[in-house]
Design a protein around this ligand. Sequence first.
Ligand code: FUC
Length: 794
Amino acid sequence: MKYLITCLLAAATTATAFAQQRSMKLWYTSPASATAKDGTSPWKDDPAWLQALPIGNGNIGAMVFGDVNQERIQLNEKTLWNGSQADNDNPEAAKYLPEIRNLLFQGKFKEATELTNKTQICKGAGSGHGDGSKVPFGSFQTLGDLRLDFGKSSRCAGYQRSLQLDDAIVRVSYEQDGVHYTREYFVSAPANVLAVKLSADKKGAISFSATMDRPERFTTKATANELVMSGALNNGKGGDGMKYMARLQARNKGGQITYSGNQLTVKGADEVILYLAASTDYLPNYPVFKGRDFKGLTAKALRTATSQSYTQLKQAHVKDYQRLYNRVALQLADDTADDVPTDVRLQRIKETGNDNHLTELYFQYGRYLLISSARKNTLPANLQGIWGNKTLAPWNGDYHTDINVQMNYWPAEVTNLGELHLSLTNFIQRLEKPATRSAAVQFGGAGWCIGPIVNVWGFTSPGEHPSWGLTAGSSGWICEHLWEHFAFTRDSAYLRKVYPTLREVARFYMGWLVKDPVTGKLVSGPASSPENAFEAPDGSNGTISMGPSHDQEVIQELFTNVLQAAEVLQQTDPFLDKLRDAKNNLLQPQIGEDGRVLEWAKPYPEKEPGHRHMSHLYALYPGNAFNETQTPQYLNAARKSIEYRLQHGGAQTGWSAAWVTNMWARLKNGPEALKAFNIILADKSAYNLFNLHPPFQIDGNFGATAGIAEMLLQSHESMITLLPALPAAWKNGMVNGLCARGGFVVNISWKEEKLAAATLHATKGGGCQVRYRDQIVVLNTEAGKDYPLDALLR
Ligand code: FUC
């Protein structure tokens, strides 16, 4: 029985005091090494890298190994890609679409697939079948390594290495030859430099030589007062492409510093601070993508950094970082002691199955990684965020748009990091130019569209094979992020800016959708349900079809969002009426005889019943069309679909398990959500808590962080729900600062699995309903005010 409480709650001026985030760190008692504690070396190439600790500021990334005698700091610059802009749109493709559609409507899958495989592909090499290192598509590449050789081999004692999430600083300390050494490493966003401070408790104890290198295409030269590594990557057309530069300078107390050859040498210093600046000539200005003054920018960054004291530099870094990080606090574990090294905790959870402290840590680590890998004015976090140690990254380290880049931003709004979402929404808007060309040339359509893989060179064509490369849903799915930023912030100036982009992708779909001759419903196709295949009725291996559920769900939500945006902006034009009609005539996702949501328009048997993609459940999460209030029948069907996937070995990649965590949370099933999450901790986490596909792929980190928030707070239905999927394992706890759609910030605490206190802060004001179990409070809020929700404690 719903218990509706309508009351004019007096806006409390003082928010109920909720605790701040307690100190959190990843820590270890040994440097990153090729072998794990148990002597195994589970990761093939560069195994120690997955034990190194990531730092970053959205532009510059670094992985700190923390070695005592031979320190390695692997470096990244977010824009560093080989390759170059190229014309990949295939003008020969569009004319075959009508024939392919007819063949599919006639059930002639074999012929349709053959014709599609021949014609519905990009022009040229595309992504190089995942190897972009020699083709224009390119790959995100390592900047290289900063190596410090201390010229020693003696053993050390009392070694500790940590990444403090509270201040985004890596620390290393140890005793060696009777001297206590400490190091600090951070990447400052305000100054845009990596800083490393080396200290000792004895005078003159610090001596080392430093150099920089990378696998290819570099020269490292010393000048009078710095070490410079620079070069140009290949453009994938046999010539030089992107230019880059890294500058290293040192400041010392005591001792001498010399620069010669390709080295910086420090002798007998009491303390040394290293400053590294890095940049490229990349500019996100399609179709040129060049022109940034990387030499000037790096020189200026070093001047800025070295013209202030280390303390000032550090304080500015911490202040900038904490402005974002400190917005959310989570407490799930009663004990505060963090006396167990992180790699030991990870080993233990394989036995214990759950560790609330590790869950807290993983949650805040996800927020830390987003703050460190993407800022408002940078490129979005890519498949590896900003951290990649190769010249050919897995899947080119690109922006896959059929789950991966979207998942990267699932935690952005709900965990109160909304401005970081702008790195993705700005990227989407910049894609519109090349994507408009793809819509016209490749598909003969209006508006704009993208395929499942996008890079920094404006690649928006389909991939080189339709089984994965012809996903029509990617454009709509990525635009969900344009709407979500508004849904959470209610920032209408932002909405006015993105509305034309939303309207233009809807215009593409209006031209792409066709009527199914049998049902008369509008369907998308030819298209794949991302990367999955089915047994076609003609016995062939089916990948493309008409009306895959994923597309239907994504397009439905997109049209809904465009119509809502138009209403907010008081837009009226005939296109919107057509859009509304089309939306009402879309084929809806079907529920099969076995009660599951069908992945395709018809009950075609999956080739891979446990497939990692669950695109037909988009409308459960991250979409919202499957929900308790409007479509409860789909919730039941979605649950059956997830169970079926899991029974057949589903959720086998880190990101897929993160998706399942969010889906169980949306089904209000706390225990199953936590189970899916704990599989990530036990099986899909490296010792540095990087999520494993395997290999390392950061979307799982972000997806799982969003999953924990989704278990504690939801706002995708027409109300805000507190503790929708609280597992018994989280007996007592609190979460501060999570965001709900409508511009609300919520603080919640619970005891014995029962709500103990809650407040809501209204940033924009307006009406809202807040639900806890079967109680609902209706509020009419004012901007800037706090509202205690004691009425829900009855
Ligand atoms: C899609 C997924 C893969 C991988 C790649 C980056 O192709 O199907 O599992 O995550 O993206």
